[in-house]
Design a protein around this ligand. Sequence first.
Ligand code: FES
Length: 320
Amino acid sequence: MFQRLLFGLSHQKRIDGFARTWQTRAHRLLTANPGAKRAKDALNGTWLGHPLHPALTDVPIGAWTAALVVDLLDRRGTRAGRFASSVALGTGLAGAGLAALSGLADWSDVNRRQRPVGLVHALLNVAAVGAFGGSLWLRLRGSHSAGKALAVGGYTLASAGAFLGGHLVYTLGTQVDRNAWAREVDEFTPVMEQSDLPAGVLTRATLRGEPVLLYREGERIFALADTCAHAGCSLVSGRVEGGVLTCPCHGSAYRLDDGAVVHGPSPYPQPSFELRVRDGQIELRLASPGGRKRRAAFAEAAASPAAGYGSASSLEPVQP
Ligand code: FES
C-alpha cells in the first residue's frame, strides 16, 4: 500500500511538472554567479565530504522533539516548562532555515523520480514550520493549550516529511555515494596496453569489473573511477580543463590527481588509483582518498627502486 503510494508519487506527472519549474529556478538561482556557486557547494557539503542536509535536519527534529516532551511532562504548565518548550521551538525554527537551504541545494540537482518526492517532502516541512511557528506565537500570547495542540500537528507533519526524506535517500538513492559498493582492488591489476591510451582523451577501461577512467596528459597519466559519485553518470564524456574533470550531468568537478571534489553537487571524492606500467601494461590499484596511499607508494618507490613501483603518474615503463 505504502509502496504503491510512493511509487505513484515518484511518477506523478502533474506534481513533477510543477516541481521541474521550481527546480530549474532553484538551480539558476544557486548557480547564478561564483558566489552563489560557492554557497551551493557549502550547502551540498563538499567541504565536509558528506551531505550537509541530513546533519542539519537533526537540529529542528531534536529541538521539536524536546519541546513535545516538555509539553507532555509539564502538564501543569509551569513557568520553567513554558520557557523551555518555547526555547526548544525557537531553536527548531532557526535550525529549519539552514536545513531547508541545504535541502534546496541538493534538490536542485535530483533526477525525475526523486524530484516530485523531494517537492512534497519540502512542502510537508514548510507546513510543519508554519505549525511550529504558530505554536510559538500562540504561547508567546499566553495561549499555551492551543500552542501545545498546534505543536502536535506540526510534529505529525514533520514526521511525514522525515519519512519521505528517508525514502528519498534509502529507496531513491538521493545523495548516496554511487561508488559505495564498488569493488576495492588492492593489488596492482592490468587494465590496458600503454600503447592503446591516446593523449588528451578520456578513455574507459575495466578494473575487475569496475569501470575506470584513464587520462594521459603529456608524460602524466591519471586514473579515476568512471562512475560519478554524485548520481552515477559516466565521466567518460566529461570535460577536462586545468587538471580538473567535470561531470557532464550536473557539473561535479574532481581533481584528476586524486579525485578530490573541486565543485559539487557531489560531496564525495571520486575514487582514484595508483598506477604503474609493467611489460607495456597499465596496472592500477585503489588509492586511499586524498592520495595518502599514493604518496606512500611514491615513498616506497623512492626508498627501493627495485620494488618495481613507477611514479603514480608516469608513463615510463618500470623495469622489473
Ligand atoms: S552524476 Fe551528477 S554531477 Fe555527476
